[in-house]
Design a protein around this ligand. Structure first.
Ligand code: 5GP
Ligand code: ZN
Length: 114
């Protein structure tokens, strides 16, 4: 998708610090971390938001979550805990219109999610 920052990161047109990559998924450090560990996990397919997920994406979305669990173990935060956030649409403040999962941890997180 033209003019999508994350599609440009996938294509290597914008640099990123990659954590994991395969043919369907990319994980990379957030450029503006809000915690010691703040990684974005995205499908390589341009899906605008959760609202645009279809049945054909179900395996990829599942794989994103097993990948998150693997990354959390590798980063040493699996036991202590972490948070996964997906902002969908305007009220949630979704800035980048390419589906992404924030993996946030490495510190004690607030108990509120809003
Ligand atoms: P949203 O608000 O859409 O849920 O989150 C978008 C996230 O993408 C933000 O946390 C922001 O810091 C991150 N981000 C925006 N542009 C870039 C970029 O060019 N590179 C990286 N690594 N992260 C970005
Ligand atoms: Zn995109």
């Amino acid at each position: 998708m033209e003019n999508c920052i994350f599609c440009k990161i996938i294509k290597g047109e914008i640099p990123s610090t990659k954590i994991y990559e395969d043919d369907e998924i990319l994980a990379f450090n957030d450029i503006n971390p809000i915690a010691p560990i703040h990684i974005l996990i995205i499908p390589k397919k341009h899906i605008q938001s959760t609202n645009e997920i279809t049945q054909e994406d179900e395996l990829t979305i599942g794989k994103i979550h097993t990948t998150i669990a693997k990354i959390a173990k590798e980063k040493g935060i699996a036991e202590k805990g972490y948070r996964i956030i997906t902002n969908c649409g305007e009220d949630a403040g979704q800035e980048v219109k390419h589906l992404h999962f924030h993996l946030i941890g490495g510190t004690k997180l607030g108990t509120k999610i809003i």
